[in-house]
Design a protein around this ligand. Structure first.
Ligand code: DAH
Length: 357
C-alpha cells in the first residue's frame, strides 16, 4: 500500500494537464483501477486481516482522490493565469488617431446641404435614376419637340425591336423627383432631392454622371421672395459666412414661370474665391415658380396651390467650397486624392457642431 501511495502521489504531482489527471484517476480508483482491484481482494481475507486492510485502503483511496482534485484545481488556476498573462490588453494605449477610410467630398457636401435644408423644414425625397420619358420630360412641360431635350445630351435605353413606346432614359436632372414626390404626398410639401444625374458630356467641368440637388416648396401663398430668402439662408450656411447676397437673372426653364438663374455675390482675389463680398457673381443653378402645368401633371390644383423650385449642382458646390479644380478627379477612385480631399468619417456635419470641421 505504501508503494501504491508513493507511486500515485508522485504521478499526480507530475501530471501535465487535466487529461493526464483523468487517466490517473481511471488507473488508480476507476472501476478497474489498481486500488479498486485491491479492494475486491478484501473478500478473500480473514476478518482480522480485513479489519486492518479495509480502513487502510479506504484512507488511501480518499487520499488519492483529494490529491487528484487538488492537482486539477491547481492546473486550472495555472491555465487561467497563463491566459490572463497572454490576453492582457493595455486599454490606456491611444487608439489610431485617424480612421483608414474617408468620406468622399460629394457625400460630405450632400450631408451638409441636407443638414441646412432640414433645418428649414425640408425633408429628403428620392427617385429612380433610370426614369421614364414622362417623368424626365413631359410631366415637366418639356414636350417631344422641345429644344431642351436635345440640349440635355440624354442617354437612352433600348427597347426590344417592335416595341414603339418611348425608351426610358438615365435621368438628366433631379427635377422628375418633383413630380413623383407631389404625386405621393400632394400639397403642401417641402422637399429636397439629392442624387445622381446623367448627360453625355466630358471635360474639366463635366462628367457623364454628376450630382444635383432639387428643391421644391408648395403651399398656398409662396412667392419668389420666399425662394430668395431660402437660397440666401442656404448659401450663407453652406459657405459658412454671415451673409450672401443672391441675384436672380431672368432665364427660361419649361417647368418654371417665371424662371431665374441664381447668382451668389463673390470676389476672386489671386485665384481665391471669397463669397459674400466683391463685385463678381458666381452662377449657382436654376430656379423659379413651378409652372401651373407641372402642378397639374402631378395632380395638384394650380388654382389653389403654388410654389417654387430650384436645382443646384452638388459637384460644383463641392469644387467651389473645397477648392477642388478638376471635376473628373471626383470619380477616378484615386486613393491619394481620396485621402487628401476626403473627410473624417467620425464627424457628422451639423449646423450646431459645424458643417466642415
Ligand atoms: N433641371 C434643371 C437642369 O438640370 C435645373 C433646374 C432649373 C431645376 C430650374 C429646377 C428649376 O427645379 O426650377 O438644368
Amino acid at each position: 500500500m505504501d508503494d501504491l501511495k508513493e507511486k500515485y502521489l508522485g504521478l499526480i504531482a507530475n501530471a501535465a494537464d487535466e487529461a493526464a489527471i483523468e487517466d490517473l484517476r481511471v488507473q488508480a480508483v476507476g472501476k478497474k483501477g489498481e486500488i479498486s482491484l485491491k479492494m475486491r481482494e478484501l473478500g478473500k481475507m480473514t476478518p482480522e486481516e480485513r479489519q486492518v486492510a479495509g480502513p487502510a485502503l479506504n484512507a488511501l483511496k480518499d487520499e488519492i482522490n483529494s490529491a487528484l482534485s487538488a492537482k486539477k484545481a491547481a492546473l486550472a488556476d495555472a491555465a487561467l493565469d497563463a491566459r490572463l498573462r497572454d490576453e492582457w490588453l493595455d486599454v490606456t494605449l491611444p487608439s489610431r488617431t485617424r480612421a483608414q477610410g474617408t468620406i468622399h467630398p460629394i457625400s460630405q457636401v450632400t450631408e451638409e446641404i441636407t443638414a441646412i435644408f432640414a433645418d428649414m423644414g425640408f425633408s429628403v425625397a428620392e427617385g429612380p435614376q433610370i426614369e421614364s420619358d414622362w417623368y424626365n420630360f413631359d410631366a415637366l412641360n418639356i414636350p417631344g419637340h422641345h429644344p431642351a431635350r436635345a440640349e440635355m445630351d440624354t442617354f437612352y435605353t433600348h427597347r426590344k425591336e417592335g416595341d414603339n413606346r418611348p425608351p426610358h432614359v438615365l435621368r438628366t436632372h433631379t427635377s422628375p423627383v418633383q413630380i413623383r414626390s407631389m404625386e405621393a404626398t400632394g400639397a403642401p410639401t417641402r422637399i429636397i432631392c439629392p442624387g445622381r444625374v446623367y448627360r453625355s458630356d466630358y471635360d474639366q467641368t463635366h462628367t457623364p454622371m454628376f450630382h444635383q440637388i432639387e428643391g421644391l416648396a408648395i403651399d398656398r401663398d409662396i412667392s419668389m421672395a420666399n425662394l430668395k430668402w431660402v437660397l440666401e439662408e442656404f448659401a450663407a450656411a453652406f459657405f459658412e459666412v454671415d451673409k450672401i447676397e443672391v441675384r436672380f437673372r431672368a432665364s427660361h426653364f419649361p417647368f418654371t414661370e417665371p424662371s431665374a438663374e441664381i447668382d451668389f455675390r463673390c470676389s476672386w482675389v489671386d485665384g481665391q474665391l471669397k463669397l459674400g463680398e466683391g463685385d463678381d457673381w458666381l452662377e449657382g443653378g436654376g430656379s423659379g415658380m413651378v409652372h401651373p402645368k407641372v402642378l397639374q401633371n402631378a395632380g395638384i390644383d394650380p388654382a389653389e396651390w403654388q410654389g417654387f423650385a430650384f436645382g443646384l449642382g452638388i459637384d460644383r458646390l463641392a469644387m467651389l467650397k473645397y477648392g477642388i479644380p478638376d471635376l473628373r478627379a471626383f470619380f477616378d477612385s484615386d486613393l491619394r486624392w481620396l485621402r487628401h480631399y476626403g473627410f473624417n468619417p467620425l464627424v457628422q456635419p451639423t449646423l450646431h457642431g459645424g458643417l466642415s470641421r
